[in-house]
Write a protein that binds this ligand. Structure first.
Ligand code: MN
Ligand code: MN
Length: 476
C-alpha cells in the first residue's frame, strides 16, 4: 500500500515536470491583478464604443497619442527632437496609422513591431443606396468581409461614416448610438411565412441583395413626385447635412451594430461587442506602446485597414506604408542603412484574434490545439487552410524566443489553430509582415462568435495580451 502511494506521488511529480498544461488566467492571478484586469476591461469597452469604424479608430488612436505627447513625423522633423523615448505617429488617409517610440539602439539594428487591423466586417452602403418600395425607404448595402448574413437581420444598426462633397468638405455621420437617436434595421421574414426560406441553405438564408436596411416610412405631403418616402429621406438629409443623392457616390457610410460594449455573464468576466476582431488587439497594443517608457529597440504599433478583404489597397498591409514611415525615420535620423536590412533584423507580432473553443460547437476544433477563453493570449504558429496554404508559418526558433519571453514575464499564454485540419481556415497580416523579411508570429486574443455583430472576448485574455505586447516591445 505504501509503495503504491509513493509510486502515485512520483507520477504526479513527473507529470508536473513533463506535461504541458495551459493555465486559466482567473485561477492563476492574485486579487490585486484581478482588479487591474477589470479596470483594463472598462477602458477597453470605452475604446470600442468610440472606435466602430477604421476612421473612428484612427482618430481615437491619434487623440490618445497626442494626449501622451506623441508628435506626427512632420512635427518631429521640424522640431528636430527625435531622441530615445520620443513618441511619434504617421497617419495614412485617415484609415491606417503607425505609432512608434524611439529606442536606445540605432534603427539599423532593427525594430520591434506589433501589427493589428482596424477594419471589421460590416455592411457598406452602395454608391446609390436609397430606394423606395412598398411605401418604405431602404438602403442597399454591399457587405464587407466574411459575415454570416442572416446574423445581421432584425437587430438595431447604426450608420457611421463620411460624405465628401464636391468641394472636398467632409460631412461626418453617426446616427444610432445616442439614446435619442433612431436606429436602422434589416427585416427578416416571420417564421409563419418562412416555409420556402427555411429550405434555403444557411449560407443563403439571407442573400447579399437581401441585406436592405429600413430607413424611412413617412411620405412627404404634396403632388408631382411619386416616391414620396424616398424624397422625404432626401429632404431630411439635405436639411441636416446639406447633401443630395449624388453625394452618396462620394461617401463611405457603414452600417454597424448599434449600441455599446457590454459585460457578459453573472461574473462579468467576458466582454460582448461589435468589432473586437481586431480592435481587441488594437487596444492592447496601443496601450502597450504607451506604457513602454524608453525601449531598447525602436518600438512600433502598426494599425492597418482592409485586413478583412485581403489587406489590399493603399491603407492595407500589402501597401508600402510601413516602408515609407521607416524611410521618413531614416531621413530624420540621417541614417543610411537600407530599410530592408533594418527589417530583416526586426521582430513582429501579427496581433490578430483567433477562434476560441465554443462549447456548443466543439466539433470544429482539435481540442488539443485549440485556444480557450480565459487561458491567456494565444500564439498561433500558422494560419492558412487546406494544408497551411497561404500561411506564414513562424520559425521554431522565433516561437521559442516569444515563448521564453512570455514565460520570463509571467504572461499567461496558450496556443491555437484556426479549427481542425480541413475544416476551414483563414489568414492575417502575418504573411505580409513576413514578406518584408521580419520574424513574425500570430499572437492575439481568442474570441467566440468572431465576425458576428456581437463578438465575445475574455477580460483575462485582454490583460495578458496587453502585458505580452508590452513585454515584446520592451525586449531587445
Ligand atoms: Mn482579424
Ligand atoms: Mn477577421
Amino acid at each position: 500500500m505504501d509503495n503504491r502511494n509513493k509510486e502515485k506521488e512520483n507520477l504526479e511529480e513527473l507529470a508536473e515536470s513533463l506535461v504541458y498544461k495551459g493555465k486559466n488566467v482567473w485561477e492563476t492571478v492574485k486579487e490585486k491583478e484581478k482588479e487591474k484586469i477589470f479596470a483594463l476591461g472598462e477602458e477597453y469597452k470605452d475604446f470600442l464604443d468610440k472606435s466602430k469604424t477604421e476612421r473612428e479608430a484612427v482618430r481615437e488612436i491619434v487623440r490618445a497619442a497626442r494626449e501622451r505627447g506623441f508628435l506626427n513625423l512632420k512635427e518631429v522633423r521640424d522640431s528636430n527632437q527625435l531622441k530615445p523615448g520620443t513618441g511619434f505617429f504617421d497617419v495614412y488617409r485617415d484609415k491606417a496609422v503607425i505609432l512608434g517610440v524611439m529606442g536606445i539602439s540605432e534603427l539599423s539594428r532593427g525594430i520591434r513591431l506589433v501589427g493589428s487591423h482596424l477594419d471589421s466586417p460590416r455592411l457598406d452602403l452602395k454608391p446609390q443606396p436609397l430606394y423606395e418600395k412598398c411605401d418604405l425607404a431602404l438602403f442597399k448595402t454591399h457587405y464587407y468581409g466574411g459575415i454570416k448574413k442572416y446574423q445581421w437581420t432584425a437587430i438595431p444598426l447604426a450608420l457611421h461614416g463620411i460624405v465628401v462633397l464636391q468641394d472636398g468638405r467632409k460631412i461626418e455621420v453617426v446616427i444610432g448610438e445616442d439614446g435619442d437617436d433612431p436606429v436602422f434595421t434589416i427585416t427578416d421574414l416571420l417564421p409563419h411565412l418562412a416555409g420556402e426560406q427555411n429550405k434555403r441553405r444557411l449560407s443563403e438564408a439571407i442573400k447579399g441583395e437581401e441585406l436592405n436596411v429600413l430607413v424611412g416610412s413617412i411620405p412627404l405631403k404634396g403632388e408631382g413626385y411619386k416616391e414620396k418616402v424616398k424624397l422625404a429621406v432626401l429632404e431630411r438629409l439635405h436639411r441636416t447635412y446639406g447633401i443630395t443623392e449624388e453625394d452618396f457616390i462620394s461617401a463611405e457610410l457603414e452600417m454597424v451594430p448599434a449600441g455599446n460594449a457590454r459585460d457578459i455573464g453573472f461574473d462579468r468576466g467576458l466582454i460582448g461587442a461589435y468589432g473586437q476582431d481586431d480592435r481587441i488587439c488594437v487596444f492592447a497594443s496601443l496601450k502597450a506602446v504607451f506604457d513602454i517608457g524608453i525601449p531598447e529597440k525602436t518600438a512600433f504599433a502598426l494599425f492597418v485597414d482592409k485586413e478583412e478583404i485581403g489587406s489590399v489597397g493603399n491603407t492595407g498591409m500589402q501597401s508600402k506604408i510601413l516602408e515609407e514611415t521607416l524611410q521618413h525615420l531614416m531621413e530624420i535620423t540621417e541614417q543610411e542603412a537600407s530599410i530592408y536590412k533594418l527589417l530583416s533584423c526586426s521582430q513582429a507580432l501579427s496581433a490578430d484574434v483567433n477562434a476560441a473553443v465554443d462549447p456548443t460547437w466543439e466539433d470544429v476544433m482539435d481540442k488539443l490545439n485549440a485556444a480557450k477563453l480565459g487561458y491567456g493570449v494565444c500564439l498561433t504558429k500558422y494560419t492558412g487552410a487546406r494544408g497551411k496554404v497561404d500561411a506564414s508559418d513562424a520559425h521554431a526558433e522565433y516561437v521559442a524566443e516569444i515563448r521564453s519571453l512570455f514565460n520570463r514575464n509571467g504572461i499567461i499564454w496558450q496556443t491555437g489553430e484556426l479549427g481542425k485540419v480541413d475544416q476551414g481556415g483563414g489568414g492575417t497580416i502575418a504573411k505580409y509582415l513576413a514578406n518584408l523579411n521580419m520574424e513574425v508570429i500570430d499572437c492575439g486574443m481568442p474570441l467566440l462568435s468572431m465576425h458576428a455583430p456581437f463578438e465575445v472576448s475574455s477580460k483575462g485574455d485582454l490583460y495578458m495580451g496587453y502585458k505580452g505586447f508590452k513585454a515584446f516591445l520592451m525586449d531587445s
